[in-house]
Design a protein around this ligand. Sequence first.
Ligand SMILES: CC(C)(COP(=O)(O)OP(=O)(O)OC[C@H]1O[C@@H](n2cnc3c(N)ncnc32)[C@H](O)[C@@H]1OP(=O)(O)O)[C@@H](O)C(=O)NCCC(=O)NCCS
Length: 148
Amino acid sequence: MLAEGFGLRLMKPEEAAIFSDLEITERTYPWSKESFLDTLRSDTSRPLVWEGADGIIGFGVVQVVEGEAYLLNIMILPRHRRQGRGRELLSMIFDWAKSRGAERLFLDVEQTNSPALKLYEAAGLDVVGRRPHSYPGGEDSIMMKKDL
Ligand SMILES: CC(C)(COP(=O)(O)OP(=O)(O)OC[C@H]1O[C@@H](n2cnc3c(N)ncnc32)[C@H](O)[C@@H]1OP(=O)(O)O)[C@@H](O)C(=O)NCCC(=O)NCCS
């Protein structure tokens, strides 16, 4: 899926600014351009872009280490939301992580991010922990897991 055609592909360095601009408008704790570029340089993390016929639909950043995947970030562009795209992107990410040898996927989500929490529940992730006051604003972080 990372080669050519539609589906997941690796983020291009020049796209990092597009995603960090989106982060500023769409997230409470936005990733910087440098955060995206760091994942591109990393040995274990991959920033994956989902592109369709009309352009970019969303992205996900995944780390895989010793059979465990960690979803570091995910976004569906605003105009594509509430059409099942988040669920579809997650499913592609599960397949991608599995193809990289991951048997489980974990993620952390702010307790206040109810669209994301609902999406993850709908996609079969289970709550496995809570880190109190994990975010700068004092929100708890909810840890979720799915066996792949
Ligand atoms: C979270 C996010 C990825 C969801 O993407 P999406 O394409 O809108 O999600 P889907 O259309 O696949 O929704 C799947 C399910 O999630 C839930 N859901 C998604 N968005 C929701 C919302 N705004 N309010 C309530 N439930 C929501 C619903 O249960 C939905 O199923 P339904 O539409 O059949 O009711 C998207 O809102 C987003 O990019 N948010 C900003 C970035 C972000 O917060 N990322 C999460 C980081 S932890």
